[in-house]
Write a protein of this length. Structure first.
Length: 44
C-alpha cells in the first residue's frame, strides 16, 4: 500500500488520518486505541 500512496495512486487523506514521527509511535497507537485515529502514518 505504501508504494501506491507514494506514487499517487491512493490519496492518503482517505486512508491516513494522523501522521506522527517515528519516535512518537506510542502516541499513534494510543490515538488508535482511543478512537481518535483510524490509520496512523509514521514518518522517519
Amino acid at each position: 500500500m505504501v508504494e501506491r500512496v507514494l506514487d499517487g495512486r491512493i490519496d492518503p487523506g482517505r486512508v491516513v488520518d494522523l501522521t506522527v514521527p517515528l519516535d512518537e509511535v506510542a502516541e499513534g497507537y494510543r490515538a488508535m486505541d482511543e478512537r481518535r485515529a483510524i490509520k496512523v502514518l509514521l514518518r522517519p
